[in-house]
Design a protein around this ligand. Structure first.
Ligand SMILES: NC(=O)NCCC(=O)O
Ligand SMILES: [Zn+2]
Length: 484
C-alpha cells in the first residue's frame, strides 16, 4: 500500500527542502515539491516536521553472552526500542565464542536475529588468528555479506588480540575490501591498573573509570591507526570517547589516512562523575568501556562531529539489568560492561546537538545515518530520503518534548542512563521499509519483520586506498649485477 508523506521538510545529509515523499511498498518512489496522492494511498500529514532517513545504529550487542551473563535486550526488544526512537537499522556484532568458528558464530547470530522487528546487519569479530580465520574471513565477506571485522584491543584473556594479530587481520581486510573496526583500549595496561586499584581497596564502580584512563584509549587508537596504515587498510574506531583518541584520528585524517571515529551518545552528554555516585547501583549501571569521561572531553567529541573528524554517533547498546550488574558487587572488574541507549540516541543528539547550535539538521542526518551507510557501502539504499531508497524514514517533530524515564521505555531493563534528560525534538512516526512501525507512542512493528541487510565489499574508499597503495608501494631497487 502506498503512503504519501505530505507537507514536511525533507532533510538529507547534504540538503533540506520542502517536499512530499511517496512510498510504494518497501521503497521511496518519489520526492517532489507536490505529489498527488495515488488512489487508496494513506496520507500522513507531516506539516511542520522534518522527514529524515531512519537512523542506523552501527554498534549494538543484542542477547550477547558476555562477562558471565547475556545482555538483556534481544533482537526483538532491541529493534523495537530502536524504532521507537527513530532508528530503523542496527548493526550487531557476531562474536565467536572461544574455539568457535566465525561461520558458526554467524549462524548463531542469524538465528538470534530472526526475532528482529527492524532491519539489521552484522560485523564479525576477529578474536584469534590462524589459517582457518584467514580462510573464513573470505566466506564471511563473499558469502555472508559482512564487510566489517571488529578487533578488541581490550578484554585481556577473553576477546583481546595482539599487534601481530591486528596486523595480519588488517592486511586480510585490505585484500578482501573489508573495513577493520577496533575497540581501542590498551588491554594489558587496563589489566595492570585493575589489579592495582583492587589492591588499593578500590572495589566499587569508580575503579572501572580509574583503571581505564583516556591514555589507554589514546595509545591504542594511535597504535591501531599506525598498524592499519602499515597494513594498507582504512580503519574505523568504535566508541571514541576522549580527546587523545579523537586527536589521533584527526591527525591521521589530516595526513590523508582513511580513518573514521564513532563517539557514542553516552560519551557526548554523560560524564565520569556518575561513577562517584554514592548509590552503588546508580554507578554500576553506567559501567561500560570506555567509561564516561571527565566533562572536558565532551567538547573535543562535539568539535569532531562539527569538523568532520568524527563521523558517526552510535550507542554500543549492550544492556544489563540491575540484577546482572550486581554480579560485580565487591569487585568492579566483574560488573558486566555495557549500557543501553538505542531509543534515546536520536532525541538526545537532536537536543544536545541541533538545539544548541552545535550541529545542523544535515549534520544530524550525517551522524545518525548517512555517514555510516556510506562507510558500510549501503548508501543510498539506506541513509537517504530519495527515490529508490528503502522507505526507512523518521518524521521528526522539532517541538515535541519528553523527559526520559525508564518507566516508559521499550528496552527491557529497569533503568535508563539518561533518566531525567529533557528532550525537545522527537520522532512522531517511524517507517521501516514502508511499514508504519511506530506512531505517536503506538509500537506497531512486529517481531520477525526485520530483514538481514547484506553488504558488498570494496566501497569507494577501499578502491582509492588500494590504487594509491599499489602505485606507491616500495619496490626493490634494480642494480647492475656485481661480479664477485
Ligand atoms: N562497551 C561495553 O562496555 N560493552 C560491550 C562490549 C564492547 O563493545 O566493548
Ligand atoms: Zn560494543
Amino acid at each position: 500500500m502506498a503512503i504519501l508523506i505530505r507537507g514536511g521538510t525533507v532533510v538529507n545529509h547534504d540538503h533540506a527542502r520542502r517536499a512530499d515523499v511517496l512510498v510504494d511498498g518497501e521503497t521511496i518512489v518519489a520526492v517532489a515539491e507536490t505529489i498527488d496522492a495515488p488512489a487508496g494511498a494513506e496520507v500522513v500529514d507531516a506539516g511542520g516536521t522534518y522527514v529524515m532517513p531512519g537512523g542506523i545504529d552501527p554498534h549494538t550487542h543484542m542477547e550477547f553472552p558476555f562477562m558471565g551473563t547475556v545482555s538483556a535486550d534481544d533482537f526483538e526488544w532491541g529493534t523495537k526500542a530502536a524504532l521507537s526512537g527513530g532508528t530503523t537499522m542496527i548493526v550487531d556484532f557476531c562474536i565467536p565464542a572461544p574455539g568457535q568458528s566465525m561461520l558458526a558464530a554467524y549462524q548463531d547470530w542469524r538465528h538470534k536475529a530472526e526475532k528482529a522487528a527492524a532491519d539489521y546487519g552484522f560485523h564479525m569479530a576477529v578474536t584469534s588468528w590462524s589459517r582457518e580465520v584467514w580462510e573464513e574471513m573470505e566466506t564471511v565477506v563473499r558469502t555472508y555479506g559482512i564487510n566489517t571485522f571488529k578487533h578488541f584491543m581490550a578484554y585481556k584473556g577473553a576477546l583481546m588480540v595482539n599487534d601481530d594479530e591486528l596486523y595480519h587481520s588488517f592486511r586480510r581486510c585490505a585484500e578482501l575490501g573489508a573495513m577493520p573496526l577496533v575497540h581501542a583500549e590498551n588491554g594489558d595496561v587496563v589489566f595492570r591498573l585493575q589489579q592495582h586499584y583492587l589492591e588499593q581497596g578500590v572495589t566499587g564502580p569508580e575503579g572501572h573509570a580509574y583503571s581505564r584512563p583516556p591514555e589507554v584509549e589514546g595509545e591504542a587508537t594511535n597504535r591501531a591507526i599506525m598498524i592499519a596504515d602499515m597494513a594498507g587498510s582504512p580503519l574505523y574506531v568504535v566508541h571514541t570517547s576522549c580527546r587523545p583518541a579523537h586527536e589521533a584520528i584527526a591527525r591521521a585524517r589530516a595526513a590523508g589516512k582513511r580513518v573514521y571515529g564513532e563517539p557514542l551518545i553516552q560519551h557526548l552528554v554523560l560524564d565520569e562523575d556518575e561513577y562517584r555516585n554514592r548509590d552503588w547501583d546508580h554507578a554500576a549501571r553506567r559501567v561500560m568501556s570506555p567509561p564516561f569521561r571527565p566533562r572536558e572531553h565532551q567538547a573535543s567529541l562535539w568539535a569532531g562531529l562539527q569538523s568532520g573528524s568524527l563521523q558517526v554517533v552510535a550507542t554500543d547498546h549492550c544492556s544489563f539489568t540491575s540484577e546482572q550488574k550486581r554480579m560485580g558487587r565487591g569487585d568492579f572488574t566483574r560488573i558486566p560492561n555495557g549500557t543501553g541507549g538505542l531509543e534515546d540516541r536520536m532525541p538526545v543528539l537532536w537536543t544536545a546537538g541541533v538545539n544548541t547550535g552545535r550541529l545542523t539538521r544535515e549534520e544530524f542526518v550525517a551522524a545518525t545515518s548517512a555517514n555510516i551507510a556510506r562507510i558500510l557501502n549501503i548508501y543510498p539504499k539506506k541513509g537517504a530520503v530519495a527515490a529508490g531508497s528503502d522507505a526507512d524514514i523518521v518524521i521528526w517533530d522539532p517541538r515535541a518534548t519528553k523527559t526520559i524515564s525508564a518507566t516508559r521505555q521499550v528496552s527491557r531493563i529497569d533503568y535508563n542512563v539518561f533518566e531525567g534528560f529533557s528532550c525537545t525534538g522527537l520522532p512522531v512516526v517511524t517507517l521501516s521499509r514502508g511499514r508504519i512501525a511506530w506512531k505517536e507512542g503506538d509500537l506497531r512493528a512486529e517481531r520477525g519483520e526485520g530483514r538481514y541487510v547484506a553488504r558488498d565489499p570494496f566501497p569507494a574508499v577501499h578502491v582509492a586506498n588500494s590504487t594509491w597503495r599499489e602505485l606507491n608501494a616500495p619496490r626493490a631497487v634494480e642494480r647492475a649485477e656485481v661480479t664477485p
